[in-house]
Design a protein around this ligand. Structure first.
Ligand code: ZN
Length: 218
């Protein structure tokens, strides 16, 4: 009899332990969902340490020859971060990783760029805004295990036909590098821009609002 009572108590305790535990895990998940929405702006480096950064507009090494960001940070909407991390995991499995040149671009920065180069061929008109202003675009390339960039045929922000995905007069190796980048990005819902091999738009971000959220520089 005493064994039966002990068994009932133990069974009750075990059941309670697991149900309480799973309940609290569900609550935490729910809280995370309510605290950070998929469209919130977050800093990529707080979600992954596996990216390489070369934020060109935080330096003068860009076509504007002007430093338009106060500091180099890669902010994006959370859904963009999630999709980008998923793509990077796949690149890492194959021996490569993503190197970032630009991420979310506040509208005020877009206006500054437009002021320097008011040419829609090179800079999106701030009156319309770009997907960078919506937190859904990234400018990227791939690096190998030694951090060496894959040859994509032109530098980042090269404004000419050679930078286009459909430019035929390129060595096969370069075409394959571009295709490799495009194939995996496409799989993770990023669409390429025909004229710039480095630019990718998260499809679900196309209709998000243009933003002017800024980040703190320490
Ligand atoms: Zn871009």
């Amino acid at each position: 009899m005493i064994y039966l009572i002990r068994f009932i108590f133990t069974a009750f305790f075990v059941m309670c332990f697991y149900s309480c535990k799973s309940q609290s895990a569900a609550e935490v998940y729910k809280n995370e969902q309510t605290v950070i929405s998929d469209t919130a702006f977050v800093n990529l480096k707080e979600y992954s340490v596996d990216f390489v950064y070369d934020m060109k507009y935080a330096t003068t090494d860009n076509f504007l020859k002007a430093k338009v960001y106060d500091c180099a940070e890669c902010y994006l909407r959370l859904k963009t971060v999630k999709a980008l991390i998923a793509a990077n995991i796949e690149f890492i499995e194959k021996g490569y990783r993503i190197k970032l040149f630009d991420c979310y671009r506040p509208l005020a920065i877009q206006k500054r760029m437009w002021k320097i180069v008011p040419n829609p061929q090179y800079v999106a008109d701030p009156a319309k805004g770009s997907i960078h202003n919506r937190g859904g675009a990234v400018d990227i390339t791939l690096v190998d295990k030694n951090g060496k960039e894959l040859d994509m045929g032109t530098p980042f922000d090269f404004f000419g036909a050679e930078a286009g995905h459909n430019y035929a007069n390129l060595p096969k190796k370069i075409k394959n590098n571009r295709k490799f980048l495009k194939k995996i990005m496409d799989k993770h819902h990023f669409k390429a821009l025909d004229s710039e091999w480095w630019h990718y738009n998260l499809q679900s971000a196309l209709k998000d609002k243009v933003a002017n959220t800024k980040w703190d520089c320490e």
